[in-house]
Write a new protein. Structure first.
Length: 285
């Protein structure tokens, strides 16, 4: 059956004049390791650029110090301090960027799996989910998974799925199967990124090959988490995140071509792309 594609972009959360940091939510980036400092820094920067009020990085002390030295608007949080945020409103976790692998990572994901807070899961978080398998994220709050095709294949094997994450005709069904198996919103990356919760479908039309470079996925994770923290529904946030992420890449390519984009530049381009999004979302579909 051909999916029914959503055409109208959902509106962004309001930005009241009397708002303050607490109004716009908190994103906690759970990730980073000794050899991968840049990924959580990019995710945190993107969350700030999305409009989130506060962004923290939960990591070992040396990792947190390194991330905050790259992005001084971020604050560090001891991993043990995560428990104090459990269940608090407008707290969203962005889990996985630069996390690495190992039993400690798998154990942390198992602990976070049932958290009531929204979680955006990417990169090493998805790899940990593939290792833990069915049930690892059941019973918690809203979840958004953002796999590229390779990560999708690992998850599909863990969940007993046979979807094709590359074939344009089969990608929607593949994403929907993973969404239904996990109970999560799935954003399947690639040309014409697909977003689905198993019933609703959105196919993104923004973006270009300039985005095919290290770190841009970390930016997408922070962007989506930031939009959820500001009050956006997770499915709508994934739709908006895909569009804005691609539009920021398009804006850069219009000025400089399709080669050489840095993920830091992409993150810094998010505010202008968000402005473009508001115009597009206001148009009649």
């Amino acid at each position: 059956m051909e999916p029914s594609w959503i055409e109208q972009l959902p509106p962004l959360p309001g930005r009241p004049d009397d708002g303050h940091k607490g109004t716009y939510g908190t994103v906690v980036v759970v990730g980073g390791s000794e050899r991968m400092i840049g990924a959580p820094a990019l995710t945190a920067t993107a969350a700030l650029r999305s409009g989130a009020g506060l962004v923290k990085v939960a990591a070992e002390a040396d990792v947190a110090r390194a991330v905050t030295s790259i992005q001084p608007s971020v604050t560090g949080l001891a991993v043990a301090g995560l428990a104090e945020l459990r269940g608090l409103p407008r707290v969203v976790l962005a889990v996985g960027p630069g996390w690495g692998s190992g039993d400690d990572v798998d154990d942390r994901l198992a602990e976070l799996g049932a958290w009531p807070n929204p979680v955006v899961l990417d990169a090493d978080g998805l790899n940990a989910l593939a290792r833990l398998g069915v049930g690892a994220i059941s019973g918690g709050g809203p979840r958004v998974l953002t796999p590229h095709p390779g990560e999708y294949r690992r998850l599909a094997e863990a969940y007993g799925l046979d979807g094709d994450p590359v074939d344009p005709e089969r990608r929607p069904a593949a994403a929907a199967a993973l969404a239904k198996a996990t109970g999560a919103v799935v954003l399947l990356k690639g040309r014409h990124t697909v977003v689905t919760d198993g019933d609703r479908f959105y196919r993104n039309a923004t973006g270009n090959p300039a985005l095919a470079t290290a770190g841009t996925g970390d930016v997408l994770t922070g962007l989506i988490a930031g939009l959820i923290a500001q009050g956006m529904d997770p499915f709508d946030a994934a739709v908006a995140g895909a569009w804005v992420h691609g539009r920021a890449g398009d804006r850069w390519a219009e000025r400089r071509g399709r080669r050489g984009l840095l993920a830091t530049e992409l993150a810094d381009g998010l505010p202008e792309a968000l402005h473009d999004y508001e115009t597009a979302a206001a148009a009649v579909g």
